[in-house]
Design a protein around this ligand. Structure first.
Ligand code: PMP
Length: 782
């Protein structure tokens, strides 16, 4: 005869008096008894007059004594291995052992008396992310403590073990709503296809399997004070503890990935997931929901009045809906990426003071290094999305950095880097698929003809290589740039960066043109027929010619960032480029700042001008912070260099860098960040325009996508730049927790250039903080 299933058998039905009598007679504990809820056992709270409280647990008559023995032994084992874990070690009965048997209503029942641990059950919506992270740590510690535990009863088949999910499928017919039933079948099919074949490869041991908020006690500060109910223990996949806890922690919350991030941060810091486990996490979370729904449908049929059981299904459907809204593949990928971070974001506590660091930095990094930003320098140790955090945990909204284009420490990018770094990193003299794939994807994003990609490690190097290509292909050696441009640090490119020229000096082979400052009417050579378009470019070329210098290249930062952020009409750029090409020069579009979606009009800002550059350079955001940069040009331009020499960069195009760059392109595409940049940038500038109506110091608001310039002036009519006010506003913003920059020759243009993932409410925060900071800075200046 098959053993009766504990989920099929009726729970015991003791009265409170019976319970009180069992506590007294069997365990020698005298007190009042009150009933607690349970799925299949019967539990009473027994309170002694002196205040000690106990849980009297009367097992289901169908419960296998070996299983009860296992639970008690497991708890004792955990208490021995990790004594700081708050688990309820059973009190010895008068007879000596921790488990006794009593006969109630003619049937024998096993009973135990466990200490009632302090703390209370908390709702998921009450928990902050620190508490969620701690729960992740506790679940991992419990898994580790049970690693060395075994009991023969752990091999029993229990419906709450996800290994049994395929067997529960027979209850799907009980789900009446056809749409819901189809949804469930989809999850079960997916489980059968993806999880079942992989099951034998998963790490297995005895686990708690049910560390939910129902079975956790927490104090008022969110610290765990008790782990109870070991009744679902099984020898099964170790990682099943993760979906079991997550399901409970995300209940009634919309932020499943944020909760998963915090939980996994804690869990994986102690117990990193293996790659296969990380890959299956999404399916096992969905599987846990399907399991809950199926068990609920089956058990509701048996106990329609047990609200504890009937309440399970709705939150499980809600979470399934949330995951399916993202797409199960996509949700699985995001969860896998979070799992792979392996507690990496656990910021180590800072042991040095900022003052100490400032002094040491000065001594060892030299006087030429760019100074620290802000009067009160920022010390940052962690980032997420558009936020960075200091050692004390204070968050700063990053509205300045364009390098983390898809957000700080983006899980997909971090996982791609970590996984490739743990596999192989080498160079382009060996065959590797990632560098070829990346080059092909870049070429596919460019206008026809730009068919060749060369990889380097920084924007400066890309511009430097572009200079070699341009000088070789054109035979010229002269450069034209805008008046306050920045293109990089190498000797050749510092010559092409007027913002870096020592005062009063100008390399003889370089000429400048005015940036296209629409605020000050510098489009006149387009608008005014008396001044033919491109006249300033022709004049610059003539000045070079007077010195016997033929042009090699015009470099334009396609958003004119260092000049003060401008967006010239396409006709003006077309006229410049026509003049240049007529003189034999090549047009280099420097997309190091503006590329990768920032302009909101596509991946590359030059595309809005409707012309194909001869060379495009990429960098900064390309690896979201991991060094990688590139030059894109026509094969014939490269062939001219190849005729003279070959090109090799040790790190350029290495597999780790390419993995980062591919992940960045994936995220920009999958998350629709170009469209997001266009939408949020437009909204930001609208709000800033309204601010300008109230503040005469705002002379102009301009930009494209998520690159915005706010020009501050002391005299609105004369448009006199006010660099001091801009510096004061930047500092006042920092004090209020929002980071922006300043730019332009006079440093009077506020540069607002956040990661593209910035959320609408974070954009609103920039505007309200700017209003506050501007008001404060104006008051301080007057
Ligand atoms: N070009 C432009 C337009 C830039 O803004 C920069 C960096 N600010 C560079 C090139 C140089 O890039 P890197 O600092 O990575 O060498």
């Amino acid at each position: 005869m098959a053993t009766p299933d504990v989920l099929s058998a009726d729970p015991p039905r003791l009265s409170r008096d019976d319970a009180r009598e069992v506590a007294r007679g069997t365990f020698g504990v005298e007190g009042s008894a009150s009933a607690l809820v349970s799925e299949r056992d019967q539990n009473f709270l027994v309170t002694e007059p002196a205040g000690s409280a106990w849980i009297l647990k009367i097992s289901n008559a169908a419960e296998d004594p070996a299983v009860v023995e296992m639970e008690v032994a497991a708890i004792e084992h955990v208490a021995r291995v990790d004594p700081a874990l708050p688990v309820p070690v059973a009190r010895r009965a008068r007879e000596g052992g921790p488990v006794a048997s009593v006969t109630v209503g003619g049937a024998p029942h096993l009973v135990r008396l466990l200490p009632a641990l302090p703390g209370a059950n908390r709702a998921p919506t009450d928990l902050g992310m620190e508490a969620v992270r701690e729960i992740g740590t506790v679940v991992a510690r419990l898994g580790l403590a049970l690693r060395s535990f075994f009991h023969s009863a752990a091999g029993r088949a229990i419906a709450w073990d996800q290994k049994q999910l395929p067997a529960l499928r027979r209850h799907a017919a009980l789900v009446e709503d056809a749409r819901r039933r189809a949804q469930l079948e989809r999850i079960l099919d997916r489980f059968a296809a993806r999880v079942v074949p992989a099951w034998p490869k998963l790490r297995a041991q005895v686990i708690h399997n049910d560390v939910t908020l129902d079975n956790l006690l927490l104090d008022a500060d969110g610290h765990v004070t008790g782990i109870v109910d070991f009744g679902d223990m099984a020898h099964t996949a170790l990682m099943l503890d993760v979906p079991a806890s997550l399901q409970s922690l995300v209940r009634d919350r919309g932020d499943v990935f944020a909760v998963a991030d915090a939980f996994l941060d804690g869990y994986t810091a102690l117990l990193p997931l293996e790659p296969l486990e990380a890959d299956l996490l999404g399916d096992l979370l969905a599987g846990r929901m399907a399991q809950t729904i199926l068990i609920s449908a089956w058990r509701t049929g048996q106990y329609p009045d047990n609200a504890y059981i009937t309440g399970w299904a709705e939150p499980a459907w809600a979470l399934l809906d949330q995951l399916e809204a993202v797409g199960l593949d996509q949700a699985g990928r995001r969860l896998a990426a979070l799992a792979r971070l392996s507690g990496a974001s656990a910021a180590r506590p800072s042991v040095v003071t900022d003052e100490d660091l400032v002094g040491r930095r000065q001594r060892v990094l030299g006087s030429a290094l760019s100074p620290l930003t802000y009067r009160q320098p920022l010390h940052l140790v962690r980032g997420r999305g558009a936020w960075m955090f200091d050692p004390a945990g204070r968050g700063y909204l990053d509205a300045y950095n364009n390098v983390p284009v898809v957000g700080h420490a983006h899980p997909r990018v971090a996982a791609a880097i970590a996984s490739q770094a743990a596999t192989l990193n080498t160079n382009t003299r060996y065959l590797h698929a990632s560098v070829v794939e990346l080059a092909e994807r870049i070429v596919a994003s460019m206008p026809p003809g730009l068919d060749t990609v060369m990889f380097v490690n920084s924007g400066s190097e890309a511009n430097d290589l572009a200079w070699r290509l341009a000088t070789t292909a054109s035979g010229g050696r002269g450069g034209v740039v805008t008046r306050w441009a920045y293109h990089g640090v190498t000797a050749a490119i510092a010559d092409l960066s007027p913002s870096e020229w020592p005062r009063g000096e100008r390399p003889a082979h370089v000429e400048t043109i005015d940036p296209p400052d629409g605020y000050r009417g510098r489009y006149r050579d387009v608008a005014d027929p008396a001044q033919p378009a491109g006249a300033d470019m022709r004049a610059a070329l003539d000045r070079l010619g007077e010195r016997n210098v033929a042009p090699a290249a015009l470099y334009l930062d396609t958003l004119f960032t260092a000049d003060g952020i401008f967006s010239p009409p396409a006709a003006l750029v077309a006229a410049w480029v026509a003049e240049l090409r007529a003189a034999g020069g090549l047009f280099v579009a420097d997309e190091v700042q503006a590329g990768h979606g920032r302009s909101g009009g596509g991946l590359w800002a030059f595309a809005d001008w409707g012309l194909a550059p001869d060379i495009v350079t990429l960098g900064k955001p390309m690896g979201n912070g991991h060094p990688i940069a590139a030059v894109v040009t026509r094969a014939e331009v490269v062939n001219r260099l190849a005729a003279e020499t070959e090109f090799f960069s040790t790190f350029g195009g290495n597999p780790v860098a390419c993995a980062a760059a591919l992940a960045v392109l994936d995220v920009i595409g999958d998350d629709g960040l170009v469209e997001h940049a266009a939408r949020e940038g437009a909204r930001l500038r609208d709000a800033l325009q309204r601010l300008a109506e109230r503040h005469s110091a705002i002379g102009d608001v301009r930009g494209r996508g998520l690159m915005t310039g706010v020009e501050l002036v002391s005299d609105p009519l004369g448009r006199t730049p006010d660099g001091r006010l801009a510096a004061a506003v930047k500092d006042a913003m920092r004090e209020r927790g929002v980071l922006i920059g300043t730019t332009g020759r006079d440093g009077n243009v506020l540069k607002i250039r956040p990661p593209l993932v910035i959320a609408p409410e974070e954009v609103d925060l920039i505007v309200t903080t700017l209003e506050d900071a501007l008001t404060a800075a104006e008051a301080a200046a007057s």
